[in-house]
Design a protein around this ligand. Structure first.
Ligand code: CA2
Length: 144
């Protein structure tokens, strides 16, 4: 089972700023945590990050026929991007939307998720552990 873990803009800065919202762990820590979980779950996980909307669209398109599931934190593009919604709908790969913070308790503009209608679930506010929960959920969903 091949999982794509896709991260949007500024998530490469994890651990550098706003620790009260995003925690103290770095992006490298997140990648290690995902690789550990992948080994435990017996799945393959490829982790990618981009600050560019079009590159994220390209990653989703290229995932077709390669990846069985996507764990997706589109970061700020969550709240703006029809292009990412369309890409997810086009490939039809089971996708779990993840947010480190609890977006439901933050600013009004973070209450909207354009990608959510194309996702099988959303996990928000569970910190970096949300990525691992999403991987577990996808494994269960794909082996059901
Ligand atoms: O909670 C999340 O995971 C978000 O997707 C993170 C995005 C934010 O725009 C979404 O509303 C919620 C922001 C990611 C930026 O990450 C940073 C990490 C360290 C320092 C500054 C930003």
């Amino acid at each position: 089972m091949n999982l794509l873990i896709l991260n949007g803009p500024n998530l490469n800065l994890l651990g550098l700023r706003e620790p009260a919202i995003y925690g103290r762990q770095s992006y490298a820590d997140l990648v290690l945590m995902i690789q550990d979980a992948a080994a435990r779950l017996g799945v393959s996980a490829t982790v990618r990050q981009s600050n560019h909307e079009g590159t994220l669209v390209d990653e989703i398109q290229a995932a077709y026929g390669v990846f069985d599931g996507i764990v997706f934190n589109p970061a700020a593009y969550t709240h703006t991007s029809v292009a990412l919604l369309d890409a997810l709908k086009a490939v039809g790969i089971p996708t779990v939307e993840v947010h480190i913070s609890d977006v439901s308790k933050r600013e009004d503009f973070r209450q909207v998720s354009f990608v959510r209608p194309a996702c099988i679930a959303t996990i928000a506010g569970h910190g970096l552990g949300g990525y691992i929960e999403a991987m577990e959920l996808l494994k269960e969903h794909l082996t059901r």
